[in-house]
Design a binder for this molecule. Structure first.
Ligand SMILES: *Cc1c(COP(=O)(O)O)cnc(C)c1O
Length: 422
């Protein structure tokens, strides 16, 4: 039996309608921005394998560090025990994060990093004796993950539909603009006695369609939150580690959040790991002789040493001058492409932040995720050896930073062809 036939017998794929799913492509190896299938066909991974891979596939330096760690210590329980990779990673991450972050709490993925952040905020008020501040403020089209808490603070959509009744009540607001900022600020001050925290994806809503918004308006929201005792959580799961042109998107803000959520690029995309960081203020609210004020949360694989080793190796690469130069280069290439196609009649909107560029296809009236255009575009690019996963009628490029100008030019040229043909 072929791998695809065996797959069909035993596998249930994510975000996939298994009834009429296309055959999955068997990938046998990766190198730099490429993955290769079993016929040795090469694909450019233009979406960094769901936004996780920042330095390219099978990076030899990360592989070496991971392999060394595996032979030394693969895992140990993290309650009552500690190890060098976990402490070292925290020591290196904290000063890199914007503002004054003091502690790192480890988990397994982006959704769990968000769950931990929400629990920190809700229990912060509980521990402080305030029983009113129980609501979360979030953006209408936000995406914070697929577990129940993370789903609750994400926008209601076709993805959450079967569960909407069970999701906890959240106060949703629009993205801030010049037109609505004062209205949003008034809303926050009015609701402040009930608001525990504000969770947001800084500068860009990823799964919500790569919607971008300006740092200065986010700053205004953060300022009102701070003035009104509303804790703030920056979900940098997608934006972290250079994606928006700075190491963290929040570096582009004046006001800094209380809590950060990190995952995706943390290990360079080699293995799952999540981080929730917080400042002294949040941490101190859990220090008590009263055991009930403890943060009773943990995962079996908390602070897995191998994932920590991968993260440390990924940080070494990220902080090298060459990587920052690559990030700036990708950004500049995107900007030129932007100018070349912004006036194309099929381009409804185009936007760019850092290494991300998103193009919305002109579709007339039907813009739903389920219309055929998405699949048509996806297959068009696959046939040309490019992995792009449109969000409905929105095509975006979010590549590993090592992508060459040649490969970028090939992707741009193929998008231009698609615009002309589809
Ligand atoms: C992907 C993502 C998550 C969820 O991360 P998982 O590792 O897929 O659980 C949370 N927040 C943002 C902003 C994301 O892009």
């Amino acid at each position: 039996m072929s791998l695809v036939e065996r797959d069909k017998k035993v596998i249930w794929h994510p975000y996939t309608q298994m009834k009429d799913a296309q055959n999955p492509i068997p990938i046998v190896r990766g190198e730099g921005v490429y993955v290769f299938d079993d016929q040795d066909k090469k694909y450019i991974d233009a979406v960094s394998s769901w936004w996780v891979n920042i330095h390219g596939h099978a990076h030899p330096y990360i592989a070496e560090k991971v392999s060394a760690q595996l032979k030394e210590l693969e895992h140990v329980i993290f309650a009552g025990f500690t190890h060098e990779p976990a402490v070292k990673l925290a020591e290196r991450l904290l000063p890199l994060l914007p503002g004054e972050q003091a502690k790192i709490f480890y988990s397994d993925n982006g959704s769990t990093a968000v769950e931990v952040a929400l629990k920190m905020c809700l229990q912060y008020w509980n521990n402080s004796g305030n029983t009113q501040k129980k609501k979360v403020l979030a953006f209408k089209d936000a995406y914070h993950g697929d577990t129940f808490g993370a789903m609750s603070v994400s926008g209601r959509s076709i993805f959450t539909n079967p569960f909407n009744d069970l999701l906890f009540d959240v106060e949703f607001i629009d993205l801030p603009t010049a037109a609505n900022i004062s209205e949003l600020k008034t809303k926050i001050s009015k609701l402040q006695t009930q608001l525990s925290c504000f969770i947001f994806e800084p500068l860009i809503l990823g799964a919500g369609g790569m919607q971008m918004y300006e740092a200065k308006y986010l700053d205004e929201l953060l300022k009102v939150c701070q003035e009104n005792d509303v804790l703030t959580i920056a979900d940098e799961v997608m934006t972290g580690f250079g994606r928006t042109g700075t190491y963290f998107a929040c570096e582009q803000l004046i006001y800094k959040p209380d809590i950060f959520c990190l995952s995706k690029g943390l290990t360079g995309g080699t293995m799952p790991m999540g981080v929730t960081s917080c400042g002294e203020k949040v941490f101190n609210a859990f220090l008590s002789d009263d055991k009930l004020k403890t943060l009773y949360h943990g995962h079996s694989f908390t602070a897995n040493p191998v994932a920590c080793a991968a993260s440390l190796a990924s940080l070494d690469i990220l902080l090298a001058d060459e990587t920052l130069a690559n990030i700036k280069r990708v950004e500049a290439q995107h900007k030129e492409f932007f100018k070349r196609i912004e006036d194309h009649p099929k381009v409804k909107t185009i936007r760019q932040t850092g290494t991300i560029i998103a193009i919305e296809w002109q579709t007339g009236n039907d813009t739903s995720y389920l219309n055929g255009l998405r699949d048509q575009l996806y297959n068009y690019f696959l046939a040309k050896g490019i992995i792009l996963r449109p969000l409905g009628n929105i095509i975006y490029i979010l590549p590993p930073y090592v992508i060459s100008n040649n490969d970028l030019a090939y992707i741009y040229q193929t998008i231009q062809q698609a615009l002309d043909e589809i």
